[in-house]
Ligand binder design. Sequence first.
Ligand code: ANZ
Length: 834
Amino acid sequence: MNLYRYLVPRYLVFPLLFPPLFFSVSFLCDTIQLMSEFCPKDFEERWRQRWKKDAVYTRSFSDDKIPYYVLEMFPYPSGKLHMGHVRNYTLGDTLARFKRMTGHNVLYPIGFDSFGLPAENAAIKHGVNPKSWTLDNVDTMKQQLQLLGLSYDWNCELATCKDDYYRWNQWIFLQFYKKGLVYRKKAYVNWDPVDQTVLANEQVIDGKGWRSGAVVEKKEIAQWYFKITDYAEELLNDLDTLDGWPDRVKQMQRHWIGKSVGSEIDFEVFDGSGKYVETLTVFTTRIDTLYGASYVCIAPEHPLTAAIKSVHVSPTSVQGFIDQCLEQSQADRSDNDKVKLGFETGYKVINPINNEKLPLFIANYVLMDYGTGAVMAVPCHDQRDFAFATQHSLPLKLVIQDPLSSLTLSDFPHAYCEDGLLCNSGPHSGLDSKTARKAITDTLISQKKGRFKAQYRLRDWLISRQRYWGTPIPIVYDEAGEPHAVDESELPVLLPEDVTFDGKGNPLEQSDTFHQFPQPGYRRETDTMDTFVDSSWYFLRYLSAKDDTQAFDPALIKQFLPVDQYIGGVEHACLHLLYARFFTKALRDCGYLEINEPFTRLLTQGMVLKDGAKMSKSLGNTVDPSYIIDRYGADTARLFILFGAPVDRDLEWSDKAVEGSFRFLKRIWALCQSPEKYPLSSPDIVLRARHVCIKKVSHDIARFQYNTAISHLMTLVNTFYHHGCSEDDLRILLLLLAPFAPFMTEELWQQFESTSIHQAAWPTFDPALCETDEVTIVIQVNGKVRDKMTIAKNQERDSLEKVILSRDKIIPYLRDKSPKKIIYVPNKLFNLVI
Ligand code: ANZ
């Protein structure tokens, strides 16, 4: 329905045809039509229903349009949306809407990351069933998401806790198992001796079990791992291909992967009686210091400790020392400022470069899961070794000299940790550190006692959880305790429901149904998978979420992957984003994918703050999104979030700014309600303003500069208020605003068209009309940029010269002289040669 066409006949035709009725009927209509208040509640719900009924946001399978995949990190269904979610999803929705209007076949899905500890804790605390607790929460969150007018294609919806999803976790596990990317190894867990259960780190409070209060013990049990370290080098190198990722995130991943280039050195080990025991390999980045090694030490968890214990005069003292170390956290053990604990084993090792005999220690600061779990200690050149050697009165040997000073050992109370020139290093003395690292390694290579080696800080991914609410690992054990993969035809291995949640033991152990299956004597694995497994491939599943024949559909994957734009919090920089990259590469190597990376562009949005602090339940400073939607409508909530700050910066909550967003929408509403009040008075100005606005908004949305895009729209609205507007102008305004304020624009659009604005085409601009009469020129003094200035186009040199020579920024460079020469490139550059 066209408002203009509608208004004109009514005013003219009514009085002529039905004079007596004119005042009563027409006047009433006008009052209702023209004075209609901006009241979002009147139309938001109606549009939600209509969009759903008309499948306005459903992705099409046709490939006549360019596919575009917008993805947000899916939520954990904790029950309520918080402002962080609202921001995350509004950012994605706005882009999805823009891309649809610019002719893309947009895939914009959502699902629920619905396995995890909170559901299980709720079950233990309140006796509720984890499944119904979770699915209820999913429902609540879904309703809230829909209130915001997010344009998801709900056909893609998935919940990871449902067996139609997690069966494919099990399938992927089996593919990785076949490929040799899964293994089992012993590792320490937190053990609650009272409840006889393994505790997650979050369930250990001040060293005690969260329920029992018992002092938590470390227990070594066999667990499942994914071999992500096989991909360490590729994960590191491919970061360089991710041009659409924030540098900060790439840097965090580089650091997390932590590549160190160095050497391995083999030390022969002899027991107290001088008998050869075995060869111990250490990893070092400073082989140039090898002549300065004064002892070697191993981690308390090192396998060699078993042999040491078996021959030691007091095995209990060895074990006592090991236990003392294991009580400490890894962080404390590595802390430079904490006391270095050591135990002299009585064993000796031989330094392969000079055959010197060195003592072997067990030391708390050596970690088992880095390098080889053994280090050569060089007190003069490593701070921790220095502290340890001083505490244990071990010899200090200076082997690296600072090239810029002639200090000797007694002159410094710390280790000298920099590179330098080698001294006291036999034939290698005099070399610089870098050359020496190569030379010494080469010498050891020729003797088969060493090699070059790169190490990664990245550890294999421990996926076993001794919890109920997760994906059962598809493994069975035979009578001898040997693991076997479950046959693919037997998937899913269902989570049993005949379990109780009393916080004691592992619920899966108690279930009868879980352990009933054909082969007698076999037992199922009762570990479930880390929930990060679920989120490592969900973006592949969205495309065919209901398909029960395969995990994902190769043809659709080819069409839509990699994800064009991923949006989420920077807190996932290392774990989730790295795991998803690993899954993509591993699935590629299993033959199921052809892409190398899952996410082409990544946006990490800023936080939502209140009074300078992160909005969070624990601080009690949250603002409930439903309240804002209820009071102002979803469009205002969205607009505030998008306008309040650049997308990657923190956004400070402000009631005033919310009001401001509401008022802006109200102004547009009023304009569209009574356009006759704003007849077009300066068509030229308005036309230009409109084209400039289309250009700027298109440019800004494509670059996530939503706040500036909205400010351009504000400028346009002001122009309309001052200079009037036509129907076409209003149409353009609504189209440009549609991605930000989907409800109101749709409601107002119906004055012009009966189809959805969200399926309309994005407006185009005429570049000629966007050209302004101004240009910015650069002002240089002796070739160096000193100033910039916006001037009218094609200005004459002489008039310009006067202005430039009297500018504050330029005067100091003139030093009271007039320039020797002036180079003027019209509309670009003005260079003064002094
Ligand atoms: C001898 C040495 C001499 C070292 C020296 C440093 C300085 P990044 O760069 O982090 O890779 N190291 C090796 N494995 C270890 C483990 N499992 N636990 C604790 N420390 C370990 O660090 C490599 C250095 O960390 C190695 O080089 C080793 O100490 C130590 F003047 O070897 B260095």
